[in-house]
Design a protein around this ligand. Structure first.
Ligand code: KMH
Ligand code: ZN
Length: 285
């Protein structure tokens, strides 16, 4: 089986310190969170940034100061630089033009959301024209997309974009399961359903890589299933703030370390950032 790539979504756009005091918000908090997560075994940092007031931001300046802080902290610790994956999802309600703009900073990767959907009580808007504009920006800036799939129809949207010729291989797909409004990881009951995950993976274009991000209480059990089925994993406070039922995670690194232990127990080796770059066909930092 391929080595396991662990990604971590350290901050997100929907939570604040009121939800968990452990959420890294400032560039220096993010730098420490990223360094600790890399030390624990993460090779991708999925990055949302905040402005000075702590509000979600897609401003280039805010991305720049967070990346600089993260890169410097990791260098100081003598660790390998992780792949930094910018969010182009931003916060619910943010306009696409602002969500696309940070790609001009040419990060190694960025998230690419594949469809409009209910997102809790809100609507997360990703129209087809939005996606075409996003695809163009990814190409122009040489950024590798990670396609976010919250539901089966989003895989069909990916095929539609491929058919139009606006996106091309490599296809790295993340199944984000458990968002209220998207697909849940189970058919009935509470346990993630293996058949569901196997089916989603079987629908992808040939040679795709896939990863699972389980939202909330599904994070850990879905990660376990993904490791078993040959997928990759994302964990982090953006998706889930608990370490165990009712116990807040103290850090993103604690969630990463938990997955690394799980992989060890299943006999699945862990990819370093350099190995992850090769596997994902990322040619530059
Ligand atoms: N904040 C969510 C609305 C992404 O990063 O691309 C979307 C999100 C996905 O977080
Ligand atoms: Zn995100």
């Amino acid at each position: 089986m391929e080595k396991l790539i662990v990604s971590t979504a350290i901050t997100g756009a929907e939570l604040s310190k009121d939800d968990t005091p452990h959420l890294p918000i400032t560039p220096s908090e993010q730098a420490i969170a990223a360094k600790d997560a890399v030390k624990a075994g993460a090779s991708i940092i999925h990055l949302h940034v905040r402005d000075d007031s702590g509000q979600p931001s897609q401003a280039l300046e805010d991305f720049k100061r967070s990346i600089e802080a993260i890169r410097a902290e990791i260098k100081k610790a003598g660790l390998s630089q992780p792949i930094i994956q910018f969010s182009t999802g931003g916060a619910v309600g943010e306009e696409m033009k602002k969500r696309i703009a940070p790609l001009t900073l040419k990060p190694e990767m960025g998230s690419f959301n594949l469809g409009t959907m209910n997102f809790g009580n809100d609507v997360f808007v990703n129209t087809r024209p939005d996606m075409r504009a996003l695809a163009k920006a990814f190409k122009e800036n040489g950024v590798i997309p990670e396609y976010e799939v919250y539901d089966l129809g989003h895989i069909d949207e990916l095929y539609a974009l491929i058919k139009e010729g606006v996106v091309s291989a490599p296809y790295h797909v993340q199944f984000v399961l458990g968002v209220p409004g998207g697909a849940l990881p189970f058919k009935a009951g509470e346990s993630p359903n293996k058949k569901r995950l196997e089916f989603l993976a079987s629908e992808l274009p040939e040679n795709s890589t896939w990863r699972v991000a389980g939202i909330g209480r599904f994070e850990r059990s879905l990660a376990e299933l993904s490791i078993e089925l040959g997928g990759h994993v994302r964990v982090g406070l953006e998706d889930n703030i608990y370490f165990r039922k009712g116990v807040l995670a103290e850090s993103n690194a604690q969630l990463v370390a938990d997955i690394v232990e799980m992989a060890k127990a299943q006999g699945r080796a862990l990819a370093t950032p350099e190995e992850a770059r090769k596997m994902l066909k990322i040619l530059r930092i």
